[in-house]
Design a protein around this ligand. Structure first.
Ligand code: GDD
Ligand code: MG
Length: 331
């Protein structure tokens, strides 16, 4: 099966990290988010993925320079101006005339795609949306359904307390060619604000499947941090990074990393390739990127230190994402 992954937006809520690295290429526990997403797609039999690019497209073509990821063949389609989510799908799906999977490029999930496709096929749906339940639906597309899954309404980002349900668009769709054909070409169109609501005006066949699978949109600093700790804790499989070994319960160490014997490290944590943890340092529920240094007596709690950054001796870092190559002062 083929899939389109939408990775055209900048992800401004993760600035300044996204000024140099597009959101899907930011690491989640030391593996680029998009690699995790592609591994998930490949695990469900997806063999071709079109990456719908807009922001910093070269970062993607350089990252996947042999146009493959494992068994998946990659194609890159670049929008010269943002076409929106539906416009982006239409543009990326040019020449594909079969049932298609579509994913937002910032959703970490272990949703069973086989189950979603079966749900879609059984109902002879034109489009099926995966749903997940969240505490505050106001930042998402809210999707009430009938008991059989037929969609009743699609309300993108309603005001707080006005959402009709807590079930929201999880950003994974199965689309039949007729839905893609109905999107006007070369125009900016939103699937959430235009395509799906329009399907509800007539006798469309728009369905949605509720799922309790792990699900997180990594697009805010809090969620970006949360995703890393969830992966580090093994919630999406172990080892959380290929080649890592378990140093102590929940503490995963990658090749070439060193931990001073007087340091204290507790899980869920990942210590990246060549990272160094100094004497009497404390690292708890944190992810250290490749080549990072935690100075003597530094204290790290629920934090992520990205590639090549240094945490100064004695520094205290709690609930932070430390940017790549950063030097963090004492304090
Ligand atoms: N190609 C392309 N072109 N991709 C785009 C464009 C565009 O113009 N605009 C956004 N995208 C991509 C983003 O890169 C991201 O991967 C995905 O589409 C969703 O965009 P976000 O900016 O992350 O949207 P959101 O998180 O506020 O809301 C969306 O996701 C929620 C689930 O996480 C909506 O689909 C909601 O309905 C949904 O609940
Ligand atoms: Mg998002």
């Amino acid at each position: 099966m083929k899939a389109v992954v939408l990775v055209g937006g900048e992800g401004t809520r993760l600035r300044p990290l996204t000024l140099t690295t597009p959101k899907p290429l930011l690491p989640i526990a030391n593996v680029a988010f998009l690699e995790r997403q592609l591994a998930w797609l490949g695990g469900h039999g997806v063999d071709e993925v079109v990456l719908s690019l807009g922001y910093l497209p070269n970062a993607f073509t350089e990252h996947f320079s042999d146009d493959r990821f494992g068994d998946i063949k990659l194609r890159f389609v670049v929008e010269h101006e943002p076409l929106g989510t539906a416009g982006g799908i239409r543009f990326a799906a040019e020449g594909i005339d079969e049932r298609l999977l579509v994913c937002n490029g910032d959703v970490l999930t272990d949703l069973d795609l086989g189950e979603l496709v079966r749900f879609h096929a059984e109902r002879e749906a034109a489009a099926t949306i995966a749903l997940t339940r969240v505490e505050d639906p106001s930042a998402f597309g809210v999707v009430p359904t009938r008991a059989d899954g037929e969609v009743v309404a699609f309300v993108e980002k309603p005001p707080r307390h006005q959402a009709p349900t807590n079930w929201i668009n999880a950003g994974t769709y199965v689309l039949e060619p007729e839905v893609i054909d109905s999107i006007p070409p070369r125009l900016t169109v939103s699937i959430e604000r235009e395509t799906f609501p329009r399907m509800l005006e007539g006798p469309g066949r728009l369905f949605a499947m509720q799922s309790g699978a792990y699900w997180l949109d990594i697009g805010t600093p809090q969620k970006y941090l949360e995703a890393q700790l969830d992966v580090a804790s093994g919630r999406l499989g172990t080892p959380p990074v290929e080649g890592a070994t378990e140093l102590a319960a929940g503490v995963w160490i990658q090749p070439g990393a060193t931990v001073d014997p007087s340091a204290f490290v507790a899980g869920p944590s990942v210590i990246g390739v060549g990272a160094r943890i100094g004497a009497r340092a404390r690292v708890e529920a944190s992810v250290l990127g490749p080549g990072t240094i935690v100075g003597e007596g530094a204290n790290l709690l629920r934090s992520v230190v990205l590639r090549g950054a240094t945490v100064a001796p004695g520094a205290r870092v709690t609930d932070e994402v430390v940017g790549p190559e950063a030097g963090l002062p004492c304090g």
